[in-house]
Design a protein around this ligand. Structure first.
Ligand code: F6P
Length: 359
């Protein structure tokens, strides 16, 4: 008997179901003595022993379905080794569930926080394989995470729709795009949607450079401007602050996010009408795009191969177009940021896109 535990953890994204389907189909094509334990709502299910017994049938017909059939939750990493208010040591609890069910391995689908915990479980001796999911594409060790391309498509569609209304009203529009501390989604959607200004955390902006772009466009009879702004974008002044000082400043901010601060500054410095659009969690919702379905299926199938060979302790990623196994200890705790000097940014600059840092 092959006993596989599976869980999805952290913020959801597209193609989680497609990836799990890939794992199950891949394993069940070779073995017919498989038991699948689907833990509910991320690590919580493993901690509290809350799971559903699933069969290959449960993973059929879910390729195109958004979200996760297992449910998910965010599990603060820092709490993991410290007993909670009820004296529960979560790491021991997870080990206990794994051993009690005599699992051969645990397949964990998640992003950065999830990988820290997955690596912790590996250090504790559990057989772990992970799959890289997140719209943010910020996981070290893989060129691409599933969920990313779908989010880029949705953010691009938002920019496309804003374009027509911005043009009609000669307005400045700020589209705030998800991505946590990195700018991969914003950079790609900004280019795909023809944004005039792209602001990402990796390139701190100067407000005067932004207003200069808006004014210059008005002079050449382009009275509207589209800004694709990453939720984690920072001004040059804020980038100089220490982490703690910045956090304090943000907590005191009267605005819900950087987009609103920018809107006020632009309105004050130009006589333009400024509007803000936040696609928010729509970027994580709905059916995966074709590219994510392919990536998820590939990493799922490659994970199945490792399970059948009993090789554990790896994340399956995509490297130079091929699936690759990356040791978990190399992935955990590292962030894949946008390289400000990468050719994508140079090409964007070449066609006149501003990154708000030209002055
Ligand atoms: O990590 C994915 C992500 O969507 C980020 O882009 C965003 O900052 C965050 O999750 C939102 O978190 P929550 O799901 O808790 O609202």
């Amino acid at each position: 008997m092959l006993r596989i535990g599976m869980l999805t953890s952290g913020g959801d994204c597209q193609a989680l179901n497609a990836a799990m389907r890939g794992v199950v189909k891949g394993v069940c094509s070779t073995r017919d003595d498989v038991e699948i334990y689907g833990f509910r709502d991320g690590y919580k299910g493993l901690i509290y022993g809350n799971f559903d017994m699933l069969t290959a049938k449960n993973f059929s017909g879910i390729l195109t379905r958004g979200g996760t059939i297992l449910g998910t939750s965010r599990q603060p990493f820092k709490l993991m080794r410290v007993p909670d208010a009820n004296g529960l040591d979560k790491v021991s609890a997870m080990k206990h569930t794994f051993n009690k069910l005599s699992l051969d391995c645990l397949v964990i689908l998640g992003g950065n926080g999830t990988h820290k915990t997955a690596n912790l479980l590996r250090e504790e001796g559990l057989n772990i394989i992970t799959l890289p999911k997140t719209i943010d594409n910020d996981l070290w060790g893989t060129d691409m995470t599933f969920g990313f391309q779908s989010a880029v498509d949705i953010a691009t569609d938002t920019i496309d729709r804003i374009h027509t209304t911005a043009t009609s009203h000669s307005r400045v529009f700020i589209i705030e795009i998800m991505g946590h501390k990195v700018g991969h989604v914003t950079l790609n959607a900004g280019i795909a949607g023809g944004a005039d200004v792209i602001l990402i955390p990796e390139i701190p902006y100067n407000i005067d450079a932004i207003t200069a772009v808006i004014q210059k466009r008005t002079v050449v009879s382009k009275p509207f401007t589209i800004l694709a702004v990453a939720e984690g974008a920072v001004s040059r002044e804020d980038a100089k602050l220490k982490k703690k000082e910045y956090r304090e400043k943000v907590s005191k901010r009267k605005y819900p996010s950087v987009a609103y601060e920018l809107a006020e500054q632009i309105q004050q410095k130009t006589d333009k009408e400024v509007r803000i659009t936040v696609p928010g969690h729509t970027q994580r919702g709905g059916s995966p795009c074709a590219c994510d379905r392919v990536i998820a299926t590939r990493v799922g199938a490659a994970a199945a191969e490792l399970i059948l060979k009993q090789e554990y302790g790896y994340m399956i990623g995509i490297k130079n177009g091929e699936t690759a196994k990356i040791p978990l200890q190399n992935v955990a705790g590292k962030l894949k940021t946008v390289d400000p000097d990468c050719s994508l940014i140079q090409e964007a600059r070449r066609i006149g896109i501003s990154f708000g840092d030209e002055i």
